[in-house]
Design a protein around this ligand. Structure first.
Ligand code: PLP
Length: 383
């Protein structure tokens, strides 16, 4: 089955009790047992819920994986993965990691003895020298946020596996429509389903997909023991969002390409970060591992000041100033004061994250209107 067909059909059968074509919201905490130890496969809803089971089956199919475990948020999914490890173990992660992932790894798991090391993985060879005998997991984000660098998942997986180390890819920025890391050699994939997978900015949700039976069994054990489960209503909403995932992501990518070109030619713009450009330093890897180049575009202004940047940020009308990404509506963000405010300025500047960097999450509106919105806001800078 191809992607769009899987999005709509994988794991989804009419409800056995009524024939309802849409997966019902099984809003229940427990299930009546016929006799002690005899049940229909469901005993208590922390352990299992039918709405969640359907979502997990569908997501596993989209990532070409065998197992999926769904969580209350993307960070709850990461938290469960990190609980696979023990004090003294080392995790090597991409250096411009999502801020919340960095915080969880260093400020929570760091306190109980997990060591996080941060490496620029766009040069796969830098990874080789960072791996030690205690390294257990490589944590990859690609495209990275907000600089939109691309990490070669296949090359990283080959290096990691040659040293007996597993690889997890945070696939949030691509969605399974653009990239399926398990096919490129990764062992584990995680998502903040809050973003593209749900796509309607109305749910917080996460998931982990793997082909590794041992990892999946342990994750299910951790989920039941620790309890980071999503509610059935949220599972329903994510399932509903997935039905148009391929259409939404395709349109976002098409819009992003046109907006990136518009920005590149604009006199107020000094640099556009977009992996679809032939001169993007990792363009070839993006073309190799992604179906399209994604719906995110970052750009910098010649007037490298916060005051000027603020004029642009406060003068768009269709692009809303907000954190998050991957919804049907376009968002504009200022990484230096919003998503990446907790990173020290010198560290930010080293990767090009200046005070005038602007990040766009491109939605599925008509692109002419989006370009006009940006044209009007950027005119404030020229004046
Ligand atoms: C949002 C996000 C997360 C965290 O997910 P939540 O659903 O907000 O907990 C993790 N990784 C990336 C890349 C994200 O964008």
């Amino acid at each position: 089955m191809k992607f769009g067909t899987k999005a709509i059909h994988a794991g989804i059968d009419p409800d056995p009790s009524t024939g309802a074509i849409m997966t019902p919201i099984y809003q229940t905490s427990t299930y009546v047992q016929e006799a002690p130890g005899i049940n229909k496969g469901y005993e208590y809803a922390r352990t299992k819920n039918p709405t969640r089971t359907v979502l997990e089956t569908n997501l596993a199919a989209l990532e070409n994986g065998k197992h999926c475990i769904s969580y209350a948020s993307g960070l709850a999914a990461m938290d469960a993965i990190l609980k696979l490890y023990k004090p003294g173990d080392e995790i090597i992660a991409t250096n411009d990691l999502y801020g919340g992932s960095y915080r969880l790894l260093t400020k929570i798991f760091g306190l109980v003895g997990l060591k996080g090391t941060f490496v620029n993985m766009t040069d796969a060879s830098e990874l080789t020298s960072a791996i030690t005998e205690n390294t257990k997991l490589i944590w990859v984000e690609t495209p990275t946020n907000p600089m939109l660098s691309i990490v070669d998942i296949q090359a990283i997986s080959e290096i990691a596996h040659s040293k007996g180390v597993k690889v997890c890819v945070d696939n949030t920025f691509s969605s399974p429509y653009l990239q399926t890391p398990l096919d490129l050699g990764a062992d584990i994939v995680m998502h903040s389903a809050t973003k593209y997978i749900n796509g309607h900015s109305d749910v917080i949700n996460g998931c982990v997909i793997t082909n590794d039976d041992t990892v999946a069994d342990r994750l299910r054990f951790i989920q039941n023991a620790a309890g980071a489960v999503p509610g059935p209503m949220d599972c329903f909403l994510v399932l509903r969002g997935i039905k148009t995932l391929h259409l939404r992501v395709e349109r976002s990518c098409q819009n992003a390409e046109k907006i990136a070109s518009f920005l590149k030619d604009h006199p107020a713009v000094s640099k556009v970060y977009y992996p679809g450009f032939k001169d993007h330093p990792n363009h070839d890897i993006a073309a190799k591992q992604m179906r399209m180049f994604g719906g995110m575009v970052s750009f910098d202004l010649h007037a490298n000041s916060f005051e000027t940047t603020e004029k642009v940020l406060s003068n768009t009308h269709l692009f809303s100033l907000a954190e998050s990404l991957g919804g049907v509506e376009s968002l504009i963000g200022h990484p230096a004061t919003m998503t990446h405010a907790s990173i020290p300025k010198e560290d930010r500047l080293k990767v090009g994250l200046t005070d005038s960097l602007i990040r766009l999450s491109i939605g599925v509106e008509d692109v002419e209107d989006l370009i006009e919105d940006l044209r009007m806001a950027l005119a404030m800078v020229d004046a």
